[in-house]
Design a protein around this ligand. Structure first.
Ligand SMILES: CC(C)(COP(=O)(O)OP(=O)(O)OC[C@H]1O[C@@H](n2cnc3c(N)ncnc32)[C@H](O)[C@@H]1OP(=O)(O)O)[C@@H](O)C(=O)NCCC(=O)NCCS
Length: 181
């Protein structure tokens, strides 16, 4: 189903090349109603500024950036592993900004990205992963319900009124952790 999709880790020195394409994916997700830190309307400048900061973080090896590309080389999905943590949490990483373009959803791309994120975290010496997502959203189903994804991800609980949806309404957030063997 996702045979034409390639998931790859973006090198420390090539992240800046992905800024425009990743801005497209972010804008598409926010315009589709995803609560991923941004409000509507989201400007291209806001999206490009965000990915520019991410690219700097990748260049400093503070975060690992993974991208999913289709057969034509278009970026259709992404996720990050934030490896730079306080000195008392060297073994932990955050999984952040899982985004799949609306046109490419339900083809297993997020699953592929999560598997790649696990592998990258292990390679970085991490043994505890944490993520949070909108309660009741598609991403919560991705982490909590799908059989292959469920392996290892534990639901910690829900914080009511944690964030805003892009349209300004309050939403709860569910936290998950995964202990890497
Ligand atoms: C959540 C998101 C990343 C899923 O991406 P995706 O590539 O479509 O996910 P997958 O195809 O890998 O789906 C894996 C499983 O997750 C669950 N799932 C994903 N989207 C779902 C949906 N819309 N409805 C119900 N279940 C869903 C299903 O169990 C699915 O397995 P199945 O298709 O075999 O039933 C995507 O919808 C997205 O980018 N949403 C907006 C951004 C966002 O909310 N990101 C999360 C931030 S933490």
């Amino acid at each position: 189903m996702n045979g034409n999709i390639t998931v790859r880790r973006v090198g420390a020195n090539e992240a800046s090349r992905y800024i425009e394409a990743l801005a497209d994916v972010l804008i598409d997700c926010v315009e589709g109603g995803a609560s991923v830190s941004f409000m509507l309307p989201i400007s291209r400048t806001t999206a490009v500024d965000f990915w520019t900061r991410v690219a700097h973080g990748v260049a400093r090896n503070e975060r690992i950036l993974l991208v999913a590309e289709d057969a034509g080389g278009d970026v259709v999905g992404t996720v990050q592993v934030v490896v730079d943590q306080p000195e008392n949490q060297p073994h932990r990483a955050d999984v952040a900004k899982m985004l799949v373009a609306r046109r490419a959803r339900r083809r297993g791309i997020a699953q592929r990205l999560m598997a790649a994120a696990d592998e990258a975290a292990r390679d970085a010496g991490k043994s505890v992963l944490v993520l949070d997502t909108v309660t009741g959203g598609n991403a919560e189903r991705l982490y909590a319900q799908n059989a292959s994804m469920r392996a290892g991800w534990q639901r910690v609980g829900v914080v009511p009124n944690y964030a805003l949806m892009p349209d300004g309404t309050l939403c709860a957030t569910t936290f998950f952790h995964k202990q890497l063997a």
